[in-house]
Design a protein around this ligand. Sequence first.
Ligand code: FAD
Length: 382
Amino acid sequence: DQATVLIVGAGPAGLVLGNLLRANGIDTLILERGSRERVQTRARAGFLGANSARVLAEHGLDAGLRQRGQWHYKCAFRDSDGQFELNYAALGRGEVHTVYPQQDLVTDLIAEYLDRGGRLRFDVTVTGVDPKTATVRHLDGQSKGRFLIGCDGSNGVTRAAMPASAVRHARDHGIAWLAVLAQAPPSMSAVTYAMHDNGFAGHMARSPEITRYYLQVSPDDSPAAWPDERVWAELNTRMRVDRFGPLRQGPIVERRVVRLRSDVVDPMRHGRMFLAGDAASLISPSAAKGANLAIMQAEVLAKALTDAVATGDERGLEAYSSTCLPRIWRAQEFSHWMITLLHGPSNGPDAGFQRVLRRARLDSLRDSRSHQDFFAENYVGI
Ligand code: FAD
């Protein structure tokens, strides 16, 4: 198996990159561990920022987004003192989110990539990687590219093949969320972040029929410990439904515990291999940035690879890490800022102090226009 560009992983990073390369006529092969059915039904992200919507639109990849995506432009913060909303479309750069489930985006991207003549092999698990020769091994033998792109997520084999000299800046925030999907319409028109002594709770629309909720849980908690009744009871408490109105309940159709972790691989390149998406940088879901970063990197890399293949100009590839890393770190910084806003320490000697600090930060976000502009710019943008 040979290809000009060999991509491992058919998530948002690999598929956006594959589509952009095909649009430029570049021979591309994607190897994906999962079945087509599996990758097209894996629910994860939903909130796409303005830059992601632009990339998809500019490259003819937004038909589904335009038909079924929903614009979101405000979010709400709730705690014991009350609730306030931020209409971020009227703040910062005036940008909005498009809410479109990741599995629907992946489904659209696969169909379009195949239409553009891209090659994609499902059910192929890459087991070994040689970054110097851009070669990978799998059960069927080996595949070789002129360039190899690792889009296989944060536990993938490509980042494991980075040399010891590449730094992995990593942080485990010591916090976990139970992420559930409820078969129920959204309960509020805005994303809602609730701060409570029991822990954080979040509400995020996904579609008219499905809503994502988050509950902060202990990092060693298991999804099995959270039957439907317990999930709804705890959401009702933390969302303070007695004060702000009921949630629209329905069966929980998916539940998983997500540990809030972040890391950045620097540089994002070794030999003929380049990392993109979660493979290059895992970001906690606190600010909904992961898929957006993946799309941003795919756009930068597609341009650089096209220049290299078409004219032999490798300057874009040489600058790939230094182009992407500052934007990745901006997103990491904001994501970390959100973590400290949403989670108070439940114990420890300075828990009381931290709680009041968080209160002061929320007050500032509620009252200060410049603080709100900062929030809006970072929340929707990268
Ligand atoms: P992935 O989507 O992980 O794709 C990697 C692919 O590589 C997979 O298909 C995998 O099967 C394949 N693969 C792995 N190993 C191999 C191998 N050895 N051989 C072959 N194939 C392999 N981000 C947002 O922007 N907005 C949100 O609202 C948001 N919400 C989220 C909510 C949750 C609960 C979670 C968990 C994440 C959320 N994210 C969000 C993050 C987002 O889902 C990820 O950042 C995004 O999926 C990264 O895309 P990717 O293509 O880099 O990796």
